[in-house]
Design a protein around this ligand. Structure first.
Ligand SMILES: *[C@@H]1O[C@H](CO)[C@@H](O)[C@H](O)[C@H]1NC(C)=O
Ligand SMILES: *[C@@H]1O[C@H](CO)[C@@H](O)[C@H](O)[C@H]1NC(C)=O
Length: 257
């Protein structure tokens, strides 16, 4: 009886340890869900650059080839841009699946096509990943074309600080926010000049955030970035007073994992 109870306690303790060990990832690291995956572009990732999230050269921006486009159901009008997923092939026809699990960042949109009589994998409500070709070929053989997958959201691990690319003109400032760690899913951005208060920015498209506050030229710029888990990182004077349009400025801060 006592022996049985101590085994029970050991099991409980084991469960507790497992849940604390994964605790920091539990918020976005949800359980595995079923979806499908295809690929686009080529082995160099050519067609995967730019895209509906507003990123540019994905190599320069640190995303590389480890990227995916999301179907309408997952894209959430661009809000999910920058989120990270683990994806693995699951139960495909014999020999199509490889064992590897890839971790990718959402950088593009897989558009629906309602005029295809046979339907389209990126139409709502389907959850679908259109991977870069190199990522697809890590989880499945090329000739599979499309495979069933299991996927889950994970926290993004990024090198260095959050980056801000400043675009637009003196009357309309557009800031691309990228290299965001943690959930990677930015829900709110605020900007502040050295002699202004905090100014809310609105999402223009993808991860491009805008404001028409005209008085920011010539002032050092600070940013507050809030992600989907409610965490906020404040980057004071991320851009110096002599910032210029087209410039990229890196925060000293990042979302801790
Ligand atoms: C793809 O990109 C590589 C290197 O960036 C380039 O050499 C190649 O010509 C491109 N391929 C196509 C089909 O555009
Ligand atoms: C949508 O599918 C139709 C039928 O296959 C095709 O002709 C058309 O080019 C597709 N549209 C886009 C935007 O891909």
């Amino acid at each position: 009886m006592a022996g049985g109870r101590s085994i029970f306690v050991v099991i409980l303790l084991g469960l507790f340890l497992v849940s604390t060990a994964t605790g920091s990832h539990s918020q976005e690291g949800r359980s595995w869900k079923a979806a499908h995956a295809t690929f686009y572009g080529d082995m160099q990732g050519n067609e995967t650059m730019q895209g509906a999230c507003g990123y540019g050269n994905l190599f320069e921006q640190g995303y590389g080839l480890e990227t995916t486009a999301l179907s309408t159901a997952l894209f959430n009008n661009g809000r999910t841009c920058g989120a990270c997923y683990q994806i693995r092939c699951h139960n495909s026809k014999k020999w199509y699946c490889k064992k590897e699990t890839v971790t990718v960042t959402a950088t593009n949109f897989c558009p629906p096509n309602y005029s295809k009589p046979e339907g389209n994998w990126c139409n709502p409500p389907l959850e679908h990943f259109d991977l870069s070709q190199p990522m697809f070929q890590k989880i499945a053989v090329y000739r599979a074309g499309i495979v069933p997958v299991m996927y889950r959201r994970v926290l993004c691990v990024k090198k260095g600080g959050i980056k801000f690319e400043i675009k637009g003109n003196p009357y309309w400032i557009l800031v691309l926010v990228y290299n965001v760690g943690g959930t990677g899913e930015v829900i709110k951005v605020q900007i502040k000049g050295s002699s202004t208060n905090w100014i809310p920015m609105s999402r223009n498209w993808g991860q491009n955030w805008q404001t028409s506050a005209p008085q920011l030229v010539g002032q050092s710029l600070s940013f507050k970035v809030t992600t989907s888990d409610g965490r906020m990182v404040q980057s004071d004077n991320a851009a110096p007073a002599n910032w210029h349009f087209g410039g990229v400025y890196e925060s000293r801060k990042q979302f801790p994992i």
